[in-house]
Design a protein around this ligand. Structure first.
Ligand code: AP5
Ligand code: MG
Length: 210
């Protein structure tokens, strides 16, 4: 199963991807997580990417494509993949087809911008188990309810940077919905429901295509 999750910042791509990837037995590959990891380790890719993430801008296509091409060579990708946050430009979508064949399905998770800002300003990430949470669902906004490690806010989850990320999404990434609709692989899911209902809808729409 070769899957792509498409959707604006805060749509719930990361929240849904882990469980959906486990359901299909494929690796969850988040380019945002890969960049944050590379920045944390100070690798050459991290050094190239940092200023773009801080500004809420896209990392240049050639840097992202090289990183994803390398990752998709992994033995765990033989059965397929779930890409979260890639492709984000038509150029990247074409590169994916050259690297490993086109995805079987592209899940487009839609949520309106106003709701996205609230989701992102209130998001907290666990430094231990890497889980994603929202302050409205936490008893203690500083402690992970699952593993007890410290929760932090992502650097790019400040309101000005969120607005920049949304503008970039509308300008550069949303044209991909047309691109994949024309190829017949686009499945649109209403991301404004509860996380459980969104997950059920994703699985249902994918099963209906199988
Ligand atoms: P990336 O990490 O991919 O960020 P993003 O696309 O902005 O998406 P997010 O991770 O912010 O949102 P999400 O959809 O995963 O939402 P989540 O599930 O966490 O990319 C970061 C940066 O890396 C980019 O800006 C760019 O610089 C660079 N980059 C990455 N890929 C690139 C590429 N291909 N090309 C170029 N540059 C690239 O949920 C958000 C919040 O909402 C959480 O608090 C969660 O608990 C809550 N929530 C989730 N679902 C629900 C629900 N159904 N109801 C209520 N709350 C919910
Ligand atoms: Mg994410």
């Amino acid at each position: 199963m070769k899957l792509v999750f498409l959707g604006p910042p805060g749509a719930g791509k990361g929240t849904q991807a882990g469980k959906v990837a486990a359901h299909y037995g494929v690796p969850h590959i988040s380019t945002g997580d890969m960049f944050r990891d590379a920045i944390g380790k100070g690798t050459p890719t991290g050094l190239k990417a940092k200023a773009f993430l801080d500004a809420g801008a896209l990392v240049p296509d050639e840097v992202v494509i090289e990183m994803v091409a390398e990752r998709l060579k992994g033995a765990d990708c033989r059965k397929g993949y779930l890409l979260d946050g890639f492709p984000r430009t038509v150029e990247q979508a074409k590169a994916l087809e050259d690297i490993i064949k086109a995805p079987d399905a592209v899940v487009n998770i839609t949520v309106d911008d106003e709701r996205l800002i609230g989701r992102l300003t209130g998001r907290r990430m666990c430094t231990g188990c890497k889980g994603t949470y929202h302050i409205t669902r936490l008893k203690d906004p500083g402690v992970c309810p699952d593993c007890g490690a410290a929760l932090i806010q992502r650097e790019d989850d400040r309101e000005e940077t969120i607005k920049a990320r949304l503008a970039v999404y509308h300008q550069k990434t949303s044209p991909l919905t047309r691109y994949y609709a024309d190829k017949g692989t686009l499945c649109t899911v209403d991301g404004g429901q509860t996380p459980e209902a969104v997950r059920e809808q994703i699985i249902a729409v994918l099963e209906s295509r199988a």
